[in-house]
Design a protein around this ligand. Structure first.
Ligand code: NAD
Length: 381
């Protein structure tokens, strides 16, 4: 009797240890510039493990937009059971047709949004952030105890006072946020690389929330996964896209182009010195081995000048970034997004603004410059 009891205790201990080790092995500590952080790669957490965790789930992508398409195709290719929920009438027909073109079958694994939502155990809320607010009552009504609600952005949850998205307590609320366009999420998956993603758990009702989040991250093809919170994700994301990734990038390129044009430089010269050299040469060197490496591959004259001007640009823009972050954290950027998306013609207005940018002299000059790029041909050895 005593021997059996002791054996049971030892067995239980070993099981707990191996589960703990398994969990531990799924994270690896890496040094990010002197700060140690946990990350997960496909080595620690394999696609096979993700498949095992997701095997009894019906994963539904609500929305077949840029992220919905990329994430669901990657999961399908990774052997996860996925269905699509996409409205099909009027302006939504485009995405419905895109789903059919990608091989999803109406009535089998492609349904109108609410119908699909009812079938899913993991509901991936991949509508535009404004639409997540608009259709929340419909989606909320399909949630069953034990389901998971998945986001790729902290927006709806963090700014709940503005969006009204407050999930019931008996479901998991999780996030996997790709740090790249959906287009790259798919392209990089197809070429065997990946896009890095953050992950987070906002609510763990089932005890499985963390495993579900990690498994989905691996299944959608993350390069590596790093932990965050919903709040940190949305604050950094809104700052990043308004800042260096998109807003500041376009603004600073335009400013330099305008200065060169104002001093009589031709559009070709101004575009080459502001954009083409960046995209065709320098940013690729930064990508390859960092900023100092790129500097090392430029002339001494360029290096001396760039090192002298770098702090000036940093100091000139720091207050802009600080105020941007403050406005994001205060919910002001969210208020503007939700306000703008209320107008019935807001999609047309956005398209018009983009058209205006594309039709500017600078970006029309870019079209010509691109057309003059020699076609890549394999060099003879
Ligand atoms: N686009 C990106 O690269 C990217 C990157 C990271 C995270 N995200 C996040 O992913 C989520 C999805 O964004 P996206 O860029 O893929 O969106 P998207 O604009 O490409 O697609 C939106 C989807 O929502 C549907 N939709 C729009 N309004 C609707 C309505 N009123 N009712 C029903 N369906 C409606 C559309 O049909 C489409 O399927 C967002 O939370 C976004 O912040 C996007």
């Amino acid at each position: 009797m005593i021997i059996m009891g002791v054996t049971n205790i030892i067995l239980n201990y070993l099981i707990v240890q191996s589960l703990w080790l398994e969990g531990k092995n799924k994270m690896v500590k890496m040094d990010f510039g002197g700060v140690k952080e946990d990350v997960i790669t496909r080595k620690e957490f394999t696609v096979a493990q993700a498949q095992k965790i997701l095997k009894d789930e019906v994963v539904v992508s609500l929305g077949y937009g840029i992220q919905g398409q990329a994430q669901s195709l990657n999961m399908r290719d990774n052997g996860v059971k996925v269905i699509i929920g996409q409205e099909k009438e009027g302006i939504f027909k485009k995405e419905w047709d895109k789903a059919i073109a990608d091989g999803w079958k109406p009535g089998e694994n492609l349904f109108p949004m609410e119908e699909a939502a009812k079938k899913g155990t993991i509901k991936m809320y991949l509508l535009t952030d404004a639409a997540q607010k608009a259709v929340w009552p419909k989606v909320k009504s399909t949630l069953k105890a034990g389901d998971a609600l998945y986001f790729s952005h902290g927006f709806s949850i963090v700014y709940k006072d503005q969006t009204g998205v407050i999930p019931p307590k008996d479901i998991d609320v999780i996030l996997v946020a790709p740090k790249g366009s959906g287009t790259s999420v798919r392209r990089n998956f197809v070429d065997g690389s990946g896009i890095n993603c953050s992950f987070a758990v906002h609510q763990d009702a089932t005890g499985k929330a963390m495993d579900r989040a990690k498994a989905l991250g691996i299944a959608i093809g993350a390069g590596y996964l790093f932990p965050t919170t919903f709040e940190k994700e949305v604050y950094s994301d809104l700052t990043g896209e308004r800042g260096t990734l998109m807003g500041a990038l376009a603004g600073i390129l335009e400013a330099q182009y305008n200065t060169l044009r104002a001093h009589g430089h031709s559009p070709s010269e101004a575009f080459n010195e502001s954009v083409e050299e960046l995209t065709q040469s320098l940013i690729r060197l930064v990508d390859e081995n960092g900023m100092d490496w790129m500097y090392c591959n430029c002339s001494e004259t360029a290096r001396i000048g760039a090192l002298r001007w770098r702090p000036r640009f940093r100091e000139a823009t720091q207050p802009v970034f600080d105020s941007l972050y403050e406005l994001v954290a205060a919910g002001e950027e969210t208020r503007i997004v939700l306000e703008k998306s209320k107008a019935p013609d807001y999609r047309q207005k956005l398209a018009d603004e983009l058209k205006e940018m594309g039709n500017s002299e600078m970006w029309r000059a870019g079209t010509t410059v691109r057309s003059l790029r020699p076609k890549k041909a394999k060099k003879q050895e």
